[in-house]
Design a protein around this ligand. Sequence first.
Ligand code: PGA
Length: 249
Amino acid sequence: MKMIVCRDYAQMSRRAALHVVTAIANNPTAVLGFPTGDTPRGMYRELINLYNDCGLDFSGITVFNLDEYAGLAPNDPGSYRGYMLENLFRHVNIPVESTFCPDSLCEDAELECRRYEKLISESGGIDLMVLGIGVNGHIGFNEPGNDFIDCTHLVELAPETIAANSRFFPSMDMVPRRALSVGIGTIMRSRAILILASGAAKAEAVQKALQGPVTPGHPASILKMHPDVSWVLAEGAESKLIQHQPGRS
Ligand code: PGA
């Protein structure tokens, strides 16, 4: 496990973009898992700048979105497909047929989850999965619960997630209550994982993930079991980590 504490959000975004660029440089046909939310916006801006200024080539990569709200049309501004278009896809040379998101309007969620999981494995699996973390320790939309769920699945969003995401919608009533999300197994089968957290509001979730027990009650804690995880923290997300001093228990 690697952990980088950055000076500020801008530096975190640049470090994260560098990580993605390295993955693409090492493998121009890399399969990437990408998150939505506020945390990765700066990373996407940096990637767009690298495309415009340095010719970073996205033409060979494949992107799988981590999750999508159930029932929101892909052209709904609140949808994660819409977010990815706005924040990355329409600014760079990634072919639309190389970008995937769970189908939010599917009639049969179980079938759609199986289809999505199969698409990921048929693409050879995820080379680099980029994650944010929820205030309750969720990764993707894997909410705290009694079990780690392996594959892509339909999720009932936790009240704290609905509250946190209400800032993206005109009113609380309009926040979707359900989503399709890759599973913990989907994440853990990725060859490398990059997880970003910015802000003191994430400090407790980060501390529990890095220093607490591995438990489905705090889904991000499972990342301790992965051989190649990089945490990039900023703006106080690191502030609750307990410093172990040499010679003290
Ligand atoms: P945020 O969301 O980046 O908007 O804080 C992260 C998450 O909920 O996974």
